[in-house]
Design a protein around this ligand. Structure first.
Ligand SMILES: *[C@@H]1O[C@H](CO)[C@@H](O)[C@H](O)[C@H]1NC(C)=O
Ligand SMILES: *[C@@H]1O[C@H](CO)[C@@H](O)[C@H](O)[C@H]1NC(C)=O
Ligand SMILES: *[C@@H]1O[C@H](CO)[C@@H](O)[C@H](O)[C@H]1NC(C)=O
Length: 976
């Protein structure tokens, strides 16, 4: 089974190598998760070559952002392989040249962003193929001119943004856009236009917004009907533009004209122009004192009975007294922001405008808001919205807003409010949104919000509140969002949060809370959805702390990340108990020592979990820690010191789509685990020291060839062993040489050898050794036989003896056989063996070139290995070649007990008789010895060929030639 799988994988590897890009990871881009290979980001790449950056993107791409690169030019047909692009952003590069054919084939492109580059010119055919383009941004380049025909094929263009360039020729712009019947917006702010002179051609009727601020206009110099159809016209920051420039110019349809920081005088303009007075924005028109304001009001008064909005920002107004009384009634919004007002009293300068709905005085110098019940104050019953943001308000007196009882939105944020009278907000029963963030508040009182029972959003972020006292929010039963982030809250009294019956989003991040045990058993337990506790001092001291969140049934977002000083260390195993609705959990930047395996057990709805840098050192994630996170789609487990990516930990995440494992320490990742995540589509394993060895060969194959999982920037992942090698192409072929089979057979063979060879060694040592020489002798058989024929035998007998018996051989045997009348030729190893030749070969040669082998058997002989070999060979000839070559001569009587361990010897002795040397201790030694020598000589002379009877077992005793009978009759010794 296993080898089959390996073979299939091998096949996969081969197929993978055939297809060039079958996997799903991009060299320089990231496919947006969930975008279905439609959205791509290729930002912050080192590459300068845009073609190389986008080369490997698939044709399905719809959105492409390649920003913050160092691309200098866009070559021709750069995106031709991406015909479905709708949105292309090449902003924040260093583009200085775009090839005329760069955007060929982008027939679907709707949005093109080329802003923040260094383009100084464009070819007339740059946008030729962009038939669908509706939005083009060329903001912040160095364009001096536009070719007249540049938009000739871009008929559907709706917005054209050319802010911050160096265009000087308005006429050319008009010419280039005049045919664009869908064009609604052109931004030409901050160019170098000095006049709006243009030929007879006019702007398209569809154009509604024209921004010409920040140029160098001295005059308009245009055709009177140029602005006929414009609704929003911005001419601000043209400091030399005079009122007279508007003489005769048709501004009838302009709904908003901004002239901030020009030389246009408000009342002069109203006198010479046909613009509707209430459509002029009087911001930045130098209306700094009462007399100028009175002049304006008088002019307005002559034209209008009432006016909806007046924008008087940026006029340097220091005081405002009765001037606005002469104006027509303002029914909408009055904006006095960015002036130098030190006080607005109780808005009594607006006593003629009691129906005002919105008053704004941001960015002034207001320092306090006084009590507004003192005198008989006008009541602004229609006022719904008031903003004093960005002032220097230090104190808010009691009843400060009692003259505007119906106010719904009050913005006092970004001031210095340190003193908010406990009755400062008194009477604001309709208040829905209150912004008090970024002030210096330290105390909130029971009465502070007592009247604000309609309040829905209360923002107290970034103040200096330290304690939430009992009953502070008692009446805020409609409050849904409470932002107390960035304060110094260390303590919330037991009923400090009582009354918040509708609270849904509660931000307590950046405070000094040390514990969170009891106060969530409050009114909002059925409504709370977001709880932000990031960056407090929360610590737990017992593994068994019961969950403070237990009753927050609807909680869907919980942030516990970045606890100070060094992070959460102990995470009680029941901390998240009961959070069945939780969808996002943030635990990043803590110092958790261990995550209990049941820590996340109740989080069955969890969708998003980030554990980035949450733990201390190398984390061993407990098996089953994620087992119930069946709905998790995104897991960020970066920088957690994960060493082991195991199935027991990650195997249950069946809905996981995005897995970020950046900056961990595992050296390998098992493909089995990844394959147990069936929905995975985005895998970030950058900065993980995955070794480029065979243990990751399957992972390499997976990352390169898996068509479902994008491995982020796979191509740049280096091998930890060698930085110049890459993980995606390290040589893994060697790992696939039928690894399974190979392993199977080698292990099987090894196991077999290791178990069997000791046995064999013990039992069959001699058999093996013998077989070896049999084999060898069998080989040498031929030549020895041939030689046999040629020269018969070289020796009559080969004498095999032990060194200790040498004396007998030299003194007795040799004289009696070689000399003394008989002339046998004997082979003695010390005399006849060839020097330098392997002793085994010498023995083999000796045995085979002698007619007989005489073994001189003694106790020492039996113990000598080489002598045994000689017997083996000779007995081989006896048994297997049927040549009787062996003669045994016993020098001393050897007890049978001792012989029994020499099986071969016994076997030989069973088949043959042997001669016993009559030692000096017998009755008549010389006669016995004489007989011995005669018998031996006869035996040597006897032929060696035996006749074999195929039917009978070979029995030398009955078939041997006479000499053997004689030997037998001597009855020397016949072994049983
Ligand atoms: C493409 O980008 C636009 C604007 O950023 C976005 O609204 C749209 O959803 C994106 N479409 C895809 C398929 O990513
Ligand atoms: C102009 O816009 C309309 C409506 O959006 C559209 O039907 C028409 O095709 C556009 N014209 C061009 C030339 O693209
Ligand atoms: C604007 O144009 C004038 C002449 O038309 C030229 O002298 C000046 O340098 C230009 N300014 C910039 C910033 O291009």
């Amino acid at each position: 089974m296993a080898p089959l799988i390996y073979q299939l994988r091998l096949l996969g590897v081969i197929l993978g190598a055939v297809q060039l890009i079958s996997g799903y990871s991009f060299k320089n881009c990231i496919a947006e998760p969930y975008s279905n290979l439609k959205g791509f980001r290729c930002n912050n790449r080192a590459d300068k070559n845009i073609s190389a950056i986008v080369k490997d993107l698939p044709g399905s791409a719809v959105n492409l952002t390649a920003s913050f690169n160092r691309v200098e030019h866009v070559p021709s047909n750069c995106f031709a392989h991406l015909p479905n692009l709708n949105y292309l952003s090449l902003d924040q590069n260093q583009l200085n040249y775009i090839d005329p054919l760069a955007f060929q084939k982008l027939h679907q492109l709707k949005y093109l962003n080329l802003s923040c580059n260094s383009l100084s010119e464009l070819s007339p055919s740059t946008f030729e193929d962009l038939h669908s383009l509706t939005s083009l941004s060329l903001t912040r380049n160095s364009l001096k001119a536009l070719p007249e025909t540049i938009f000739s094929n871009v008929a559907g263009l709706k917005t054209l943004n050319m802010r911050n360039n160096r265009l000087t020729n308005f006429s050319a712009v008009v010419k280039s856009v005049s045919h664009l019947t869908n064009l609604t917006f052109i931004d030409l702010c901050f160019n170098n236009l000095t006049s709006l002179t243009h030929s007879n051609i006019s702007l398209p009727q569809s154009l509604k917004k024209l921004y010409l601020g920040g140029n160098n206009l001295h005059t308009l110099g245009c055709n009177p009907s140029l602005f006929r159809f414009i609704e929003l016209l911005d001419l601000s920051y043209n400091p030399k533009l005079p009122s007279v420039a508007f003489k005769g110019v048709d501004l009838r349809n302009v709904k908003r004209l901004t002239l901030q920081f020009t030389s246009v005088k408000a009342d002069e303009l109203l006198n010479i122009s046909n613009i509707y007075a209430s459509h002029v924005v009087f911001s930045g028109m130098g209306l700094k004192n009462d007399s100028l304001l009175i002049g304006l009001c008088a002019t307005l008064g002559r034209k209008l009975k009432w006016i909806r909005n007046i924008d008087l920002r940026h006029n340097g107004i220091r005081n405002i007294n009765g001037a606005l009384s002469s104006c027509p009634e303002i029914t909408g919004a009055l904006d006095l922001s960015n002036n130098e007002l030190k006080k607005v009293s109780c808005l009594n300068f607006l006593n003629k405008h009691m129906n005002l709905s919105k008053f704004t005085a941001e960015h002034n110098h207001l320092t306090s808001l006084p009590n507004c019940t003192v005198k008989k104050m006008p009541h602004f019953k229609s006022l719904k919205e008031l903003s004093y943001r960005y002032n220097r308000i230090l104190s808010v007196s009691k009843y400060a807003f009692s003259h505007m009882p119906n106010i719904e939105t009050l913005k006092l944020n970004i001031n210095n409010v340190a003193f908010l009278h406990r009755e400062g907000l008194k009477g604001l029963k309709r208040l829905k949104t209150l912004r008090l963030d970024n002030n210096l508040l330290t105390d909130l009182f029971n009465e502070t919000f007592k009247d604000n029972c309609d309040l829905e959003i209360l923002n107290l972020r970034n103040n200096r509140i330290a304690v939430i006292f009992n009953g502070t929010f008692m009446n805020l039963r409609n409050l849904t969002t409470l932002d107390l982030g960035g304060n110094k809250i260390s303590h919330i009294q037991p009923s400090g949060l009582d009354g918040l019956k509708s609270l849904s989003k509660f931000y307590l991040d950046g405070n000094s809370l040390k514990q969170i045990d009891s106060f969530f058993n409050s009114a909002f337990q059925d409504t709370l959805t977001v709880l932000d506790l990031q960056s407090n001092f929360i610590h737990f001291f017992s593994e068994n702390t019961s969950s403070p969140f237990l009753k927050l049934r609807k909680l869907s977002d919980l942030k516990l990340d970045s606890q100070r000083n060094h992070g959460l260390v102990l995470l009680p195993q029941n901390l998240f108990k009961g959070l069945h609705s939780l969808r996002s959990l943030y635990l990043t930047n803590n110092n958790i020592a261990s995550l209990a395996p049941q820590a996340f057990d109740d989080l069955i709805s969890l969708n998003f979990l980030t554990l980035d840098n949450c733990c201390v050192g190398v984390a061993k994630l407990q098996p089953g820690v994620f087992k119930n996170l069946r709905n998790l789609t995104r897991l960020i487990a970066e920088n957690m010191g994960i060493q082991n990516f195991s199935k027991e930990v990650f195997g249950n995440l069946t809905k996981l789509r995005i897995l970020q494992l950046n900056r961990n320490v595992m050296q390998s990742i098992s493909v089995d685990v990844l394959e147990s995540l069936p929905k995975l589509e985005y895998l970030d394993i950058r900065n993980v020291p995955l070794s480029c060895t065979c243990k990751n060969s399957l992972l390499q194959n997976y990352t390169v060839n898996n068509p479902d999982v994008q491995v982020v920037y796979l191509d740049t992942m280096p091998c930890p062993e060698a930085k110049n090698k890459k993980f995606h192409n390290f040589d893994s072929k060697v790992c696939y040489i039928d690894l399974g089979k190979y392993l199977f057979f080698t292990t099987a063979a090894a196991v077999f050898l290791f178990t069997v060879s000791p046995l064999l060694c013990v039992k069959l040592y001699w058999k093996i050794k013998y077989s070896y020489y049999v084999f060898r002798s069998w080989f040498s058989d031929y030549w020895s036989r041939l030689r046999d024929e040629e020269e018969k035998c070289k020796y009559d007998a080969f004498i095999s003896y032990n060194f200790s018996d040498e004396e007998w051989v030299l003194n007795q045997l040799l004289p009696n056989l070689e000399g003394n009348g008989s002339s046998f030729k004997l082979c003695l190893h010390h005399r006849d063996f060839e020097l330098g030749r392997n002793i085994v070969d010498n023995i083999v040669t000796a045995v085979y070139s002698s007619r007989k082998t005489i073994c001189v058997v003694s106790k020492n002989f039996l113990q000598s290995e080489w002598c045994s070999l000689e017997i083996q060979l000779a007995s081989y000839r006896l048994f297997d070649e049927h040549r009787d070559v062996l003669l045994l001569v016993f020098l001393e009587p050897i007890p049978e007990r001792q012989l029994s361990s020499y099986h071969r010897m016994r076997k030989v002795m069973l088949k043959k008789t042997y001669l016993q040397w009559p030692g000096s201790d017998c009755i008549d030694p010389s006669q016995a010895q004489e007989l011995f020598w005669n018998q031996l000589r006869r035996a040597i002379k006897s032929g060696s060929r035996l006749e074999k009877d195929p039917d009978e077992d070979f029995d030398p005793a009955s078939k041997e030639t006479g000499n053997v009978e004689n030997l037998l009759s001597d009855k020397d010794y016949l072994l049983p």
